[in-house]
Every structure is written in C-alpha cells, then in structure tokens.
Write a new protein. Structure first.
Ligand SMILES: C[C@](O)(CO)[C@H](O)COP(=O)(O)OP(=O)(O)OC[C@H]1O[C@@H](n2ccc(N)nc2=O)[C@H](O)[C@@H]1O
Ligand SMILES: Nc1ncnc2c1ncn2[C@@H]1O[C@H](COP(=O)(O)OP(=O)(O)OP(=O)(O)O)[C@@H](O)[C@H]1O
Length: 304
C-alpha cells in the first residue's frame, strides 16, 4: 500500500462503541446453524474511531492502529464497505482507518461496531440517503451484532440478534471491564452450548421492566448470561476473574457476549477507583467507562 491512509484527507469520522450484554438467553438451536436468542444489549463509552477517506476509484482499503486486526477482506469494516458499494452500484471508493481501542475477540462486538460505523459513515460519504433501518438490514448480512451497532443505545434483541426493540437507557453507572489475556471464538462457544443442558436462564421480561422503571438494584440482580457457564468451562480463568471482581466489590458482575471480557457495574465512584487498581494487579486490560445512555442515534420508536 503506497501512501498510508492517514496521510490522505479524512472526510468523515464515526464513533464505534463497544457493547455489553446485560442478559443473554439462548432459546433454541436453529436449522441454519445459528441460535434463537433473547438478550439485552447496551453501549458503553469504550470506542474505536473509524475515519473514512474519499477515493475516486471504486477501491476499498483498510488500515488500523492494531497489529492483530486484518487489513484485507477479512475485516468486517471492509466487508461492510464492499457490500454497500456493490448493492448500490457505487462507482466511488473509500479508504478506512480504524483507531482500535476495543479489545479484539473479547465479547464486546468491536468488529461489528466498526462495520456499523463504516455503513453509517459511507452512507454520508457516498450520499446514499439510506435510513438506519436499511443500513441495519445490510449490516445483518455481515454479522448478528451489526444491526444493534447501527442504532446504538439499548435494545432487546431477538432472532439471531437482528430483531430489535429499542429500550430507554439503563440507570446510569460505571462499567469496569477486565479482558483476560486470551481471546475467545464466538462460533466455538455457541458450538459447545447444549441448549437442553441450560439449568438457569435470565428473566428477560422482568429485566426489561426494571430498566424501564430505572430500578438499578433490580437490574443488577436480574443480569445473567447463559454462555457464561460454557465459556467458563473452556476457560476457567473467566470464573476466577468473576470471583475476584465480586470480592473487590461490585454491584453486578457478568461476562459479556461469548466472553472472555468480564464487566462489573458500580455506582459509587470511590469504589470504581478501588476496583480498577485492585484489578490492575493481575490484569493488563482494565477499563472504567460510563454506559453510553441513549447512544448515538436517538430514535422515535423507543419503547416506553
Ligand atoms: C455473542 C454475541 O456477541 C451476543 O451479542 C452474538 O450472539 C454474536 O454475534 P456475532 O459475533 O455478530 O455473530 P456472527 O458473526 O453472526 O456469528 C458468529 C458465529 O456465532 C454463532 N452464532 C451467532 C449468533 C447467533 N444468534 N447464533 C449463533 O450460533 C454461529 O456459529 C456463527 O457462525
Ligand atoms: N474491524 C475489526 N475489529 C476487530 N476484529 C475484527 C475486525 N474485522 C474482523 N475482525 C475479526 O473478527 C474476530 C472477532 O473480533 P471482534 O473483536 O469483533 O469479536 P467479539 O467482540 O467477540 O465480537 P462479538 O461480541 O460480536 O462476538 C477477530 O478474530 C478479528 O480478527
């Protein structure tokens, strides 16, 4: 690649925040190999930045600040750009620079959020005038978490993750995240799950209700992720992280998505500082951020 992408003229920057799962339930395995889900997702203020540069010819280029993220057609941002270009017969191209801050393969939907940010940004750069709903439908073809990442905010997700009901922001609090020094394959975790062996499930309807009622304590009590047990069996360190964080003092502790990141919700700022310094003693990747509240795109159809 001749001239680096960053030396060109950046036209559009999009924020690509990470998500956490406040709950995750697997209803059944589907014939297409995916799983029917019910989960509550919300965005947090730990984000990548996606810069888009205009190209006169229909090329797509990707670079990132990370050494581990692919720079070719394996990159979800590349796939998003390429799909949009092809679907709408766009004769222009784009160079994409990803300033990577979200840990990779961590259960935080980093790649999905980059793909969503790319779709939102290219919609503007290429003047396609597509609605968020249209972008979400394209995003669905890239990955199950992409539609949620198009809208941001907080949502109840069903289907394979693409059937969304937007929710109000959860009660505000701090989110402390610890990412163990290994990565987890989402496909492998779903592959190891036996739906008929699930012994405990989250009460999703109740969780949605208490989020609407802004009941922080009840929300903390109701958070649960059925994939946690599966990932913990494969990587017992996830359980160790959970136990330690619980002992250091947190209002709720859960693994996000398929893991391995474990996050804690904490309301009191003094406890956040204590928890972060305790965690830094044994984990390199520790973050303390806020929930993103209403997210990037305020929608009219938020369920009251
Ligand atoms: C774990 C979560 O992050 C929770 O939000 C998502 O369910 C995963 O979303 P994602 O990474 O965007 O998933 P995809 O890229 O669509 O799928 C990766 C792999 O996960 C499995 N998968 C994913 C979603 C789903 N509802 N059922 C599945 O079984 C499939 O084996 C699939 O091949
Ligand atoms: N833009 C991108 N950022 C991060 N990873 C990417 C990107 N594009 C492709 N990938 C690949 O996707 C895989 C999953 O990365 P990602 O960080 O999205 O995982 P994740 O947070 O576990 O996703 P999810 O929570 O949606 O399951 C990695 O193996 C990585 O190489």
């Amino acid at each position: 690649m001749g001239v680096g992408i960053k030396e060109g003229l950046c036209v559009i920057s999009e924020k690509a925040p990470a998500k956490i799962n406040l709950s995750l339930d697997v209803i059944r395995r589907r014939e297409d190999g995916y799983h029917e889900l019910e989960m509550v997702m919300t965005m947090i203020d730990l984000a990548d930045r996606v810069d888009l540069y205009e190209e006169r010819y229909p090329v797509i280029r990707v670079e990132s600040s990370s050494g581990v993220v692919p720079s070719d057609s394996q990159n979800l941002a590349y796939q998003a750009a390429s799909l949009l270009q092809e679907r709408y017969r766009v004769s222009r191209g784009a160079s994409i620079y990803i300033d990577k801050k979200i840990p990779v393969a961590a259960g935080l939907a980093g790649g999905s959020s980059d793909a969503a940010a790319t779709l939102r940004g290219l919609n503007r750069l290429w003047e396609l005038h597509l609605s968020l709903d249209e972008l979400a439908r394209i995003g669905e073809e890239i990955g199950s978490d992409v539609p949620f990442c198009i809208y941001g905010g907080t949502a109840l997700a069903k289907g394979r993750g693409e059937v969304l009901t937007h929710l109000p922001a959860p009660p505000s609090c701090w989110v402390v995240l610890a990412k163990p020094a290994f990565s987890v394959s989402t496909k492998e975790v779903y592959g190891a799950l036996r739906v008929d062996h699930i012994t405990r499930r989250p009460d999703t309807d109740k969780l949605v209700q208490v989020i609407k009622a802004q009941d922080y304590e009840a929300m903390c009590r109701l958070m649960y992720n059925v994939l946690e047990e599966v990932t913990m069996k494969m990587y017992p360190e996830v359980g160790t992280y959970k136990r330690l964080i619980t002992r250091f003092g947190a209002d709720a502790v859960l693994m996000s998505g398929s893991g391995p990141t474990v996050f804690a919700l904490v309301r009191q700022e003094s406890r956040v500082r204590r928890l972060v310094s305790a965690l830094r003693g044994f984990c390199r990747d520790v973050y303390a951020v806020r929930l993103l509240g209403h997210g990037l795109n305020l929608r009219e159809n938020v369920q009251k």
